[in-house]
Design a protein around this ligand. Structure first.
Ligand code: PLP
Length: 392
């Protein structure tokens, strides 16, 4: 029913992801798209476009706060899609999730405190720790070949250090594509409760779940967990509206909420989202469920096309199972190339523009993160270029 074929070329329009193509001299007639930064190459859902047009026609672009209808749309989506009964008063809108986890680090920890990360992981999480002069407590996950497991003994040891105050949890996990099971989340939550470690759960990819997998909102597991966490969500990844800068931070614990607000005022005295972001979010959560279901089917097709091709043509390459997100994690170490040479071949010979695995931490060397939220024909084109370049 929806259009997942049209691509709007974004070169020269402020998209860093697209401008990379120009840097490498990609011409328009090569018909190449980038597969890096996590926004989609799908056009905006029509229900959102219509709602925005209506807003422009009928409202004034003044200062706006979230309305009761907005908060209700967010909570209803959570209830219907994720079986989580969130209350409107828990929600603090924020222009971004990255802003919010930086703020959480500043609010609840002091210089020198330990913050745990489950690595390899989304690179701004390292920045939130290091730039705020906190101590990075690395909890590397175990690569099982085509997936990752959590080393709970290691995590418990890290959490039991009295200096460790926070875990930034990436759920679903970027870049590995893991969707943590309820049991895994229970183990994480129990360890954190036992050792008084606050959980900052970045769930921005919570809607992007592949068939056969189930996302559990961390705070939905128990009241104790809810009182020991922040849950960070957004419609931005789900509906491809990151540029509208609207996300929702849930803080069920009133004391933690008050602390966050007080700290936020200090660093950003007038924090506001924008009127069009609220409008698009409400339209998305009320009217775009079917668009999302179709979008997930396209992503799942792309995943299958790549997985089948790679297992046939490049058995040395391992495609990690994509349980959630639209970011496929490929291990190319089996090709025996240095990771910098791999980057060069991809860009210069195969004309493939991925996010290089090493930006997510040392363990990511020799991996590529492939953003597969694009029309399937571009996946076919990319695989052909990969075949040509690598068979050399
Ligand atoms: C795990 C994760 N958190 C946060 C973000 C970005 O969030 P925002 O644009 O709301 O700051 C991304 C974007 O890729 C992400 O993957």
């Amino acid at each position: 029913m929806y259009d997942f074929e049209t691509v709007r070329r974004r070169s020269g329009r402020g998209s860093g992801k697209w401008n990379d193509l120009a840097r490498y001299g990609v011409r328009e007639d090569e018909d190449i798209i980038p597969f890096s930064v996590a926004d989609m190459e799908f056009v905006t859902p029509p229900e959102i476009v219509e709602a925005l047009k209506h807003e422009l026609d009928t409202s004034i672009m003044g200062y706006e706060n979230p309305t009761c209808e907005y908060l209700d749309a967010v909570c209803s989506w959570m209830r219907e899609r994720r079986n989580w009964d969130a209350r409107p008063e828990w929600i603090l809108p924020s222009p971004g999730v990255v802003d919010a986890f930086f703020e959480a680090v500043r609010t609840y920890t002091h210089e020198g405190d330990g913050v745990m990360l489950m690595t390899p992981v989304y690179h701004p999480m390292y920045m939130a720790v290091n730039m705020n002069r906190r101590k990075l407590i690395d909890c590397p996950m175990t690569n099982t070949g085509t997936s990752y497991e959590i080393d709970f003994d290691l995590m418990e040891k890290a959490a039991s250090d009295p200096d460790t105050k926070m875990l930034i949890l990436c759920s679903p996990h970027n870049p590995t594509g893991r969707v943590w099971t309820r049991h895994e989340l229970e183990c994480i939550g129990d360890i954190c409760l036992k050792h008084d470690v606050l959980v900052v759960s970045d769930e921005i990819h919570f809607d992007l779940i592949m068939p056969g997998h189930e996302h559990t909102v961390f705070a939905s597991i128990s009241e104790d967990f809810a009182n020991n966490c922040l849950v960070m969500t957004a419609p931005s990844k789900t509906f491809n509206i990151a540029g509208l800068q609207t996300s929702n931070i849930f803080i069920p614990n009133a004391e933690l909420r008050a602390k966050y607000l007080a700290s936020l005022k200090l660093h950003n005295p007038n924090p506001k989202c924008n009127i069009l972001g609220y409008c698009a979010t409400e339209a998305a959560y009320r009217n775009c469920g079917r668009w999302l279901d179709e979008c997930l089917a396209v992503i799942d097709t792309n995943r299958k096309v790549i997985t089948d091709f790679v297992s046939r043509e490049f058995p040395q390459v391992r495609v990690h199972e994509l349980e959630g997100t639209y970011l496929l994690w490929l291990d190319l170490n089996g090709l025996g190339l240095d990771y910098k040479e791999l980057e060069r071949i991809n860009r210069e010979e195969a004309r493939l523009f991925f996010d290089e695995g090493y930006i997510f931490g040392e363990q990511g060397r020799g991996f590529e993160r492939w953003n597969i939220a694009c029309p399937t024909r571009y996946i076919h084109g990319a695989l052909e270029r990969m075949r040509k370049a690598y068979s050399k």
